[in-house]
Design a protein. Structure first.
Length: 468
């Protein structure tokens, strides 16, 4: 076999391959064997039909076609290896010349990873929020804790904001009550915004036994996106009572004996949260600065495939759960289709560029991934997918996506190297030490940038569906 590589642009090449006919013999033998197992000819046992009979009865052309389909991937792979190419995606193959007994000639156009030069990144400087916990922050945290331990007491008065009301709901469209539009005994806190739009106004001022009707656009169910007439009956009004903020509350809501100890623990917990936020900000800002430094040619087909994958995931994985279609989604986001496509294109471009640059850094810095690092990352991904670690690991292994997870961890380590080299200060001008946080969380913030990177989530989704 002979092959040659023609560079079409920095991200695409054309392979020209010439294969002597005798090198097709293994594929021809395999083609005859496969056809032998699929057909029957009177007078011959299954699998024992001579090649000349197959040629006569079914045509030599069908054998040659089967042989070429079998041989092309092998010869293409050999040509890629011979050309030392780092290909992306599937090739566009064109058989340019082939006759029985003669050489097979074909071309294959395919995207390749562009050559990238990583400049000195040690001069990157970024600023992150200062690690400051105010009294207001602590008060808000304790107030949220009080909310969790609130109690309710039935009252005989009109419902007001903050009250808990128990409701019976009945939604109808065009005068017809929806089968999935009836609910009874629904508890709702007025003002929480966690039910239908317009319900707060409808039930405020009603006492137990009161009824109201209001219009609302349904967000899910069989009539998602349609305007419904909703009848609401208030069966109970309950006042919420928050516990007093004292030592008794500290003992009720925590392992601490005094409110002072609980406040001190809240300060420490909020500091840890803000320290994590600092690390996340630093990673994001350092990555953006790195992307500005490096010029990356963009493979057009890879970009188009990535945009299509992101659209597919939106339409087939997120929309059904939210009861949305493209029109209602764009309306909710307040964007036109053109604005959304532009934004999606920018996100996909950044994702691909990020992956290329960090992969190059992995190679340049000779970074590797050990089993402990891979296991920790797998457990984080499992938690975000809603699956157990064992379920997620099984789905990833069965989907052949272990190398993808290894790549994610390696890219996280590459980003950590850049963050470590950068100068990070807070808004007060103080230097920020992020070594532990970056090392622990580096892989999390690297955005997926190719079809392969989305595959583990797809695999996990499929596994979840199979188990449901």
């Amino acid at each position: 076999m002979k092959s040659a590589v023609e560079t079409l642009n920095p991200t695409r090449v054309r392979l020209t391959v010439e294969v002597p006919f005798e090198e097709l013999k293994p594929s021809l033998d395999a083609a005859y064997k496969k056809i032998n197992q699929q057909v029957t000819v009177p007078g011959f046992r299954k699998g024992k039909i001579p090649a000349r009979v197959i040629d006569q009865r079914f045509g030599r052309g069908s054998v040659l076609e089967e042989a070429i389909n079998d041989a092309l991937p092998k010869f293409y792979t050999e040509a890629v290896s011979e050309g030392e190419l780092n290909v992306l995606g599937q090739p566009d193959v064109d058989i340019t010349e082939f006759n029985d007994g003669q050489d097979l000639k074909f071309t294959a156009e395919v995207d390749i990873r562009p050559a990238i030069e990583i400049p000195d990144y040690s001069g990157i400087e970024v600023t992150v929020d200062a690690l400051e916990v105010s009294d207001e922050d602590v008060d808000k945290s304790l107030e949220q804790l009080r909310e969790r331990f609130a109690s309710t007491t039935p009252v005989e008065r009109a419902a007001a904001e903050g009250d808990v009301v128990v409701l019976d709901l009945e939604a109808s469209v065009d005068g017809e009550v929806l089968e999935d539009g009836v609910a009874q005994g629904v508890s709702y806190t007025i003002g929480s915004g966690q039910l239908l739009e317009g319900i707060d106004e409808a039930v405020t001022g009603l006492e137990a036994g009161g009824t109201a009707t209001f219009e609302s656009e349904l967000k899910g169910g069989s009539a998602a996106g349609k305007t419904s007439s909703v009848k609401v009956d208030v069966t109970s009004v309950q006042a919420r009572e928050l516990p007093a903020l004292d030592d008794d509350f500290a003992q009720l809501a925590s392992e601490f004996d005094t409110l002072e100890e609980l406040r001190a623990d809240s300060v420490k917990r909020l500091e840890n949260m803000k320290r994590y936020d600092q690390a996340t900000q630093a990673q994001e800002k350092v990555l953006d600065a790195l992307l500005e430094l490096v010029e990356v040619p963009m493979p057009e087909k890879l970009l188009a495939d990535e945009i299509q994958t992101r659209k597919h995931n939106l339409e087939h994985h997120q929309f059904p759960a939210l009861g949305l279609d493209w029109d209602s989604y764009l309306e909710r986001e307040g964007k036109t289709a053109e604005e959304h496509d532009a934004e999606l294109g920018a996100q996909a471009t950044k994702g691909i560029k990020t992956q290329f640059i960090l992969d190059e850094l992995v190679s340049k810095e000779q970074l590797s991934v050990n089993q402990e690092e891979l296991t920790e990352h797998l457990m984080r991904r499992a938690a975000s997918s809603g699956m157990s670690p064992d379920q997620f690991a099984q789905a990833v292994v069965e989907g052949g996506q272990v190398p993808m997870l290894v790549g994610e961890v390696a890219r996280g380590k590459a980003l950590a190297v850049v963050v470590e080299a950068a100068k990070v200060t807070d808004t007060n001008g103080e230097p920020v030490d992020l070594d532990d946080e970056v090392e622990d969380e580096g892989a999390v913030t690297v955005e997926a940038g190719s079809d392969e990177d989305a595959a583990a989530d797809e695999t996990a989704d499929e596994a979840t569906s199979d188990k449901a």
